[in-house]
Design a protein around this ligand. Sequence first.
Ligand code: HEM
Length: 423
Amino acid sequence: MKEEETRDLAKPKEFKFYATARGFCLTSAFWMVIATFMGLWGATELIAPDLSGRLGWLTFGRIRPVHVNLVLFGFVTPGLLAAAFYYVPRLLRTELYSETLGKVTVVAWNIVLLAILVSLCLGYTQGREYAEPIWVIDVLVVGVLVLIFYNFTATVKRREEPFLYVSIWYVLAAVILTAITYCLGNVIWRPHTGALTGIPDAILLWFYGHNIFGLLLTPLSAGVAYYVIPRACRAPLYSHTLSLLGFWSLIVIFTHIGTHHLLQVPVPTWLKVIAITDSVAMVIPVMAFLINIWYTAKGRLGEIHADIGAKFVFTGTIMFFFVSIQGLMMSLPQVQRVTHFNNYVVGHAHVGVLGFAGMIALGGLYTILPRISGRPLYSRFLADLQYWLILIGVSGFGIILTIAGLIQGNAWLNGETVYRVLP
Ligand code: HEM
């Protein structure tokens, strides 16, 4: 696309209402506070196990899934969706198909989050990682995702802009593919257990669990980055062809690698081979995306630094580079013999979810906030402070947990007892 066309995309006609974007924005901000507080509480319990005394609903076993689910579905996903509800109509030069439907999805999503919080604290869980919520919540999640998908596709149908920019591809794919994998991974056709049995259950669970990152957070984040960076740089995207290569290779490759979570488990060897090979092949979509974004920003880092939203997003792309290299290494059996079951994985998870997807979600929010509220940002200083606190915190997470994990893994392989190498 030519430069003037991209400039046009950046300045479509103003639309008055962004109620859905505003709703998801507030959802993300509210649940971020709850989710991270739960994380802090859980972390404190690791060094002070008696912290919650006899309060069963505050014990680590319950707080941990609450923290994880609320970070994923309460903070990061709504943050990225808020940006999508802003950029989809703008990129398509039309209004959202239905703000009313959008508001219904915001309210329903908040009911889901409240239900997750209450049910998990009360001990109602299916006991499968990332698939803990009980059946009735699963049905609601899928219902909301389908409604969001309908709202977006109906908007695409009435668009005035013939060109479908890559961000649109990413958000549509993320929403519908997650609705499908969510049904599969939560074994939604078995309401009582939400599970298969034995090894097939583990394979299905990790197909789904992995795709929460590969088919939900990553494409939603890529969609936001592709919108925010060219806009902040006032430059055309480096290559639209490369953006589609990145999109399709992500969809084809990222979906096949869930079994790399099960390399220490007796799953069929051919599945492990596919998972390992495709994990290495992830270098294709990752580099296609990063080269595109970084070359778009080349020579324009000043613009990125000046724009707080773009600053968060650009940093998120750097984190994506590190988390992908780290993930790729962990997928190699020789490396995973050391890194599995210890703090190394926890470090990777936080660099991915907070450093990459969380940073980009915040960048998206800071980009759209003045535009959906009609007011300038309340305080650039506070936003910058948040940026530095997260950057320092997540880098600390990454570095310290990686070192701790390597010490733990090597010690265990050398026959050292577990408790002697716990931090
Ligand atoms: C090329 C990209 C990536 C590869 C090859 C990769 C690989 C892996 C592997 C092999 C594991 C399992 C480690 C083990 O259990 O021993 C893992 C765990 C994890 N990854 Fe990644 N990863 C990638 C990117 C990402 C991204 C972008 C995110 C977040 C958005 C992410 C989030 C996570 C999380 C949360 C876990 C922990 C799962 C658990 O609860 O056990 N990863 N990754």
